[in-house]
Design a binder for this molecule. Sequence first.
Ligand code: SER
Ligand code: ZN
Length: 704
Amino acid sequence: MRTETPPPVRLAEYRPFPFRIEQVRMLFQLEPADTHVVSELTIRRTGDADAPLRLDGEKLTLKAIRINGQPLTDQEYAIEPEGLVIFKPGDVFTLEIETDISPEANTELSGLYISSNRFCTQCEAEGFRRITYYPDRPDVLAPFFVRIEADKAKCPYLLSNGNPTGSGDLGNGRHFAEWTDPHPKPSYLFALVGGEFDVLQDNFTTFSGKPVKLSIFVEQGDAPRAEYAMRSLKAAMSWDEDVFGREYDLDVFQIVAVRDFNFGAMENKGLNIFNSAYVLADGKTATDTDFEAIESIVAHEYFHNWTGNRITCRDWFQLCLKEGLTVYRDQEFTKAMRSPAVARIKEVIRLRTRQFPEDAGPLAHAVRPNTYARIDNLYTATVYEKGAELIRMLRLIVGDEAFFAGMNRYFDTFDGTAATIEDFIAAFQASTDQDLSAFALWYAQAGTPAVRAKGDYNPSERTWRLTLTQTVQPTPGQPDKSPVRIPIRVALFDVNGAKMETRIGDAPPSHEHVVLLEKSSMQFTFGDAASEPRPSLNRGFSAPIRLADDLTESDRASLAGFDDDPFAQWEALQTIARALILDAVRGGAREPDQARLNSFVQALRHSVTRAAQSDAAYAALLLYLPTVGELILDVRDADPSAIHVVRQHVRRAIARALEDLLLSVLDKTEPVAFDSSARAAGRRSLRASALSLLSSLGDRHEGL
Ligand code: SER
Ligand code: ZN
């Protein structure tokens, strides 16, 4: 047993693999305890003439090894703790390797394993090396041909990546299936499934008229519960065509649901494998949140077909290249399918509750780190969620036109390759005058920037000056931070709630601006400001920062009543609610200050009345008060019960002030038949908020 910790892997030590795998042919003879795997690799040397061939391997029993049909002697290769090395393999050759593995003994759910009597795989990040000896790294891409043989009764379905190109009977109760994947892919995208399933089928025609057969494989009797996932898949396929111009590229697209799965789901080429929790849903057992998660995860894995599979990562340090970008894409899809206001706010809540603590703690790391101890440690909210925010900022900085031009250039230039963040950014640099090298620092520097904003109005010059200052606290291994390029969306409102049209420098007048804070401190002067404005800053949460501004609470409350940016409006109300409750708790009071509470409730009434007409899900979110659990994070040594008492008081005040509104929400009867649409879900969530608030008034609404 090896006990020492392996040395960390470093980005700076990346070296290309000195061979190209031109073709992979594999044979699987499936047996639970003893699966026989034959791989035949056509290999060409591309690097150093003396380089030995090193293959990764783990928990494998080597049965045979041949080059160009000749078995290797013991002197020609060696088995090492982490794989196998062939000292002088030659320059162009065919390598055949036969291994035995035991899927039923594989309890780590990495490689080939068994879940409820079905064979399935998970190869990201390093599972393929538990199937056969192979260069198990994302920058080695090859086309795969796979033949699977198995017991016909136990495994009527035999699936792998690509298109089905053969099947037949083998006699003795066994059969086979063959799959050809013409798209070169790294081993982490390999997948194989064998077993008995119920199948839900459908069809999709791509924008160039190509038919695609869609199948979702689930346990017996579950097919009807996969219908929502199927609908989500078709919506995702259309959306990727409409918005990113990306067309699907195989004859079939398959999703398999299994019970035992470490990740939520996995984007294997043409054969996505899911934890069944993210496939199965029906009106009787699933919540609206379940439906939303299915829609988003099905889309996420599908979108990987281009961002991850057609273009993959050169090494695992570049994980955000596929994950950050794909999360960004699934987030935009959710906004197209549901309330964009609610979707954005939920993204921010998620970022703040999952990623900000990472950035602030001992595990803080950059979106693209330059060293890792264990690869599993890289699948973090920073890589995924903050990675998505960086794409969103990039789009805001370069503008929509340059963003989509850059995306197209990225797809055209790097299709079929394993790319880096530098490649990605270069694709956009060609379409914009903005210097993106400064933006790239976001990928390398960990930590959440803290930004302070201060406004000064000059009535005689009719100017409003915004001073922005940024700091980033040191994080482990990065004691000195540099300023990053922060795009902040700004709108100014006058005292009557009208959006002001102002100018920055020589730019044409506008109701909204994006200022770029790229130094530690900068000032921006807004001209043509006829009266003292109330600024709405970081609208839409345009940058993943902690922002502190100098608005008074009453200005914030009146701004919240009319701000037309849903995130900014929600944020303002949350900020006030938080301060209101916590100030009372700190002062030892059981109730918040009455005047402050009144102005908060008034702002809430304004905003909720407007939202309830147009976007019920958003109205529900506006009514959401930070929970005791969230509030307690903001105070030292707080007594949760004291927070609870004040919070309840605020809830009752809201319920009393909005009683008519809340009752009218309940008056609208729900349709009898369940409807899983986003609109219906929004109505349900507003109803639930209304009920919950009204119930705080006690017996007055008993029996609701
Ligand atoms: N690559 C998988 C996914 O993003 C596992 O994280 O869905
Ligand atoms: Zn992903």
